[in-house]
Structures are given as C-alpha cells and as structure tokens.
Design a protein around this ligand. Structure first.
Ligand code: BGC
Length: 459
C-alpha cells in the first residue's frame, strides 16, 4: 500500500469499506501467526505440569503443523463448496475450540487433541484469509490488501512472544494458549458483518448479490468486472475438481507447489522457531538471545510492511528475486560464521546481523508473495481446492524442516545446515526466475485467461 493510498484511506476518498473487510479477514493471519508462535514459550512450562517422553514433546510442538496440513487438505474444498466467508466463520470457531481445549486440558491426550484442533484451524485460515481478500480486492491494490494477511501472520508471531513474556513469570501456560480465544471471537463476530466474495457468489449463480458486493467495494468499473467474471465462469467446465488435473493448469500447479516448498526448505522456520537456541550458541546469554528474538520478530513485521508498500508497484517477481537472492547471500554468510573456529564478539554480531537480514529478505519476498500468488494464479472453479493442495505441501515442508533442524545441526553442524538452506535458496532463485509469473495490476480473470490460452506464465 503506497503512502498515497494510506492517505486516501485516512481522508476517506478511497473506498474504506474494502480496507475494513480486508483487515477483518486478515485476523485469520493473526491467529495463524499467534497460534504457531505461542507454543515455544508455553512448552517450557507445560513440561513442569506433565511428565512427557521426547515423542510426546515432538507431537505437542509439531501437532499443529500436522493438523494444519489436514486442515488445508479439506479447507480448500470447503471454501469452494460452502463459500469463503462461511469457512472463515468455521475457522474462527475451530480456533476457539482448540485454544479452549488446550487451556483447560487436564492431561496430555486432551492437550494433544487441542493442539491438533488448533492446527486444523490454522490450516483453514492459511488458505481462506488470502483467498477471500484477493477475491474482494480491486486489482490495483490486490497485492497490498492480500499481503495484509501475511502482515498479520508476522504480527501474530510477535504478539505471541509478548504474551509468552507476560505470563512467563507465573508459568501460566494455560493463559498463554487460551489467549488465542480472544482474536477468534473478534473474527467470528466481525466476519458475520462482512460480505461474501463477489467471485464465489457469481460462480454460485448469485449474480445480483455479487453485483451488490462489487458496488460496495469499488468506486467504478463494476459492470466491466462483472462481465469479465461472467466470461470466465462461462468458460469453465462444471466438473470442478477434475479441473485440478487438467493439463492447462499444470504450470500454475508447478509454480504453487514449488513456491510452497521453497518457502519452507530455505529455512525460515528454523530461525523463527529456534532463534533463541541459535543465538545462544553464538555466545549470547539467555536474556540477550530472547531480546534478539523479539528483534527478529519485529524486523519480520517491519519488512512485511515494506513489501506491502512495494508489491503493487514493483511487482511480485522482482520482490521474489531480490528476496530469495538476499537469502542466498545471508545464508552463505551464516554458514561461514558458524564454520569459523571460536566465536568472538565480532562473529556473534555478524551472525545476529545476518539472521536479521535473512528474515528481512524472507519478509519482502517469499513470506508475503507466496501466499499472494497462490491466491491469484488458479482458476475460479478450483481456486480453493488448488490453494488447498499447495498449502498442504507448504505445511508438510514446514513440518519436515522443523523436525529435522535439530537433527541436522547435531549431525552435519550448524554451518552445513545453513549452507544447505542456502543451496535450496539458490535453486529456488532459479525456479522463481524461470517460472514465476507477474500478476501485478491484472484482474484475476485476465490471469486465468492466459493460463487457459497457454500464454507462458513467466512472460
Ligand atoms: C510462513 C510461515 C512462517 C511465517 C513467518 C509465513 O508466510 O508460511 O511458515 O512462519 O511466514 O513470518
């Protein structure tokens, strides 16, 4: 969102309603970020309440990701069938249930059940937040508005650090986990007042309602946009799901799946989830490393704001290329710092600075742009299902990296682990350069048309 756009919103000469709708839907992102971030702090104290084997520990920490993969697997189809808005309402309900179950859990099985339920909600939210916003946003600012969701993911992660900090003295893990109920209620109540996606309405034969939503969210061009949607809907076969395997859709699936996996195997969550441990190994004390972790969380938020300001101006591809390129360089430096013998103050500072730069490059590229692109490049008839498939891959890769990071550092060393992430980033850079399309400023219907007519996606 450019400064001029922000000014317009404040003055009121932009269409405020679409910003309010997008901000409300972006609470999905807040819950996604908060609920993935909160466990690291809560876990320290859960260990005091229950006796656990390492396997159970692993299940509690990673259970949400497995749940999220399951949630994404069904969430996409639910979004296509029930509608985007209804799924957001359901996601908010499931978030509430998961947080409540964890907060009152009398024993480990109930705690695990709560964590899995919470994960399912995270899976739903990770799809439906960007999906809903991208379908309701005007094309010119779709990138900025959809990326509000990622801004809220990063804000949620940061907020979880503060909540952990606030309840840490009391060791109140139940309060930490239960805190997620608050945004869940706000989202459930708020979304009831928001309209359904005009594209989903149109596709389900509710044309007048679609027109009414566009009239509320656009200052002009409503009829042209409706015509475009109508043309697209006419073209699509009514088979829905089988479209997912149509050959013309393959390039878009490859782009989505590739970005989903690269977003994770380049190591962002090794840093987000394990930052204090990494920083301690550079010689920082416990408190300093927790503070530096808050610093990393803050930079993640701030650089996502920068991405939002740029994404509709410089475009998706350029942000990705600069972002992933920067990750290659910072990971190479990180590996080298950890390779050099004997950590002095200087190397500790270089390592911390490189970690922060690495997160910055993620936050201007792969962080927001992955979620944005997968909400843009799929045809309306299977948009939810396709996003679902791609999001399952994202959560699967996330699980893989978070589970293997400690094993990798123990076996091949921290330096090789970072170099490995660096290598993955290098391959990711080539992938982006060759295959990822530019979607800036175009209507979702124009993007779909190119895909149908086999126009090379990356042109
Ligand atoms: C990723 C998450 C990650 C977060 C960090 C999201 O886009 O999907 O896995 O933890 O960004 O900001």
């Amino acid at each position: 969102m450019s400064i001029a756009t922000i000014r317009n919103v404040i003055r009121g000469d932009g269409d405020r309603f679409v910003y309010v709708v997008s901000a409300m839907a972006a609470l999905n992102g807040l819950l996604f970020g908060f609920d993935t971030g909160i466990i690291s702090g809560a876990f320290l104290f859960i260990q005091d309440s229950f006796v656990m084997s390492p396997l159970i520990e692993g299940i509690i920490v990673s259970g949400a990701m497995a749940g999220a993969a399951a949630g994404a697997a069904v969430g996409g189809q639910l979004a296509d069938r029930l509608g985007r808005r209804r799924l957001i309402f359901i996601a908010a309900g499931v978030f509430f249930l998961g947080s409540f179950t964890m907060a009152v859990a009398p024993n480990i099985p109930v705690l695990i059940a709560g964590r899995l339920i919470d994960g399912v909600a995270i899976g739903f939210a990770s799809i439906v937040g960007p999906l809903y916003i991208s379908e309701i946003a005007p094309p010119k600012i779709r990138g900025a508005l959809t990326s509000l969701n990622q801004l809220m993911v990063t804000t949620g992660i940061l907020l979880s650090y503060f909540v952990n900090f606030a309840f840490a003295d009391a060791g109140a893990w139940r309060w930490m986990l239960g805190a997620g109920m608050v945004p869940a209620v706000v989202l459930a109540v708020g979304i009831l007042k928001m309209p359904e996606s005009p594209r989903w309405l149109f596709e389900h034969g509710r044309k007048d309602e679609a027109r009414a939503v566009l009239q509320r969210t656009r200052q002009s061009g409503v009829e042209t946009e409706l015509d475009e949607i109508s043309e697209t809907v006419e073209k699509q076969s009514d088979t829905g799901l089988s479209d997912l395997f149509a050959s013309w859709l393959r390039p878009a699936l490859v782009v989505g799946l590739g970005l989903a996996v690269f977003q994770q195997i380049t190591g962002i969550n090794a840093v987000i989830y394990y930052a204090p441990t990494i920083l301690e190994s550079t010689g920082f004390g416990g408190v300093t490393s927790i503070l530096a972790t808050v610093g990393i969380g803050t930079i993640n938020v701030v650089m996502t704001v920068v991405a939002i300001a740029l994404v509709d101006r410089v475009g998706r591809r350029r942000l990705l290329i600069v972002g992933v390129g920067g990750m290659v360089v910072t990971l190479a430096i990180l590996g080298t710092v950890f390779y050099l013998p004997g950590f002095g103050d200087v190397l500790g500072i270089v390592a911390t600075a490189s970690l922060m730069l690495f997160v910055s490059f993620f936050a201007i590229g792969l962080g927001p742009v992955f979620w944005l692109l997968i909400s843009e490049i799929y045809p309306l008839s299977v948009r939810g299902s396709a996003m679902g498939a791609v999001t399952v891959a994202n959560w699967g890769a996330n699980l893989l990296v978070s589970l293997t990071f400690p094993v990798l550092t123990a076996n091949i060393g921290t330096h090789w682990t970072f170099w490995l992430f660096g290598l993955c980033s290098l391959v990711g850079l080539a992938f982006v350069y060759r295959l990822v399309p530019e979607t800036k400023g175009r209507t979702l219907e124009a993007i779909e048309n190119d895909l149908r007519e086999n126009v090379s996606l990356a042109d």
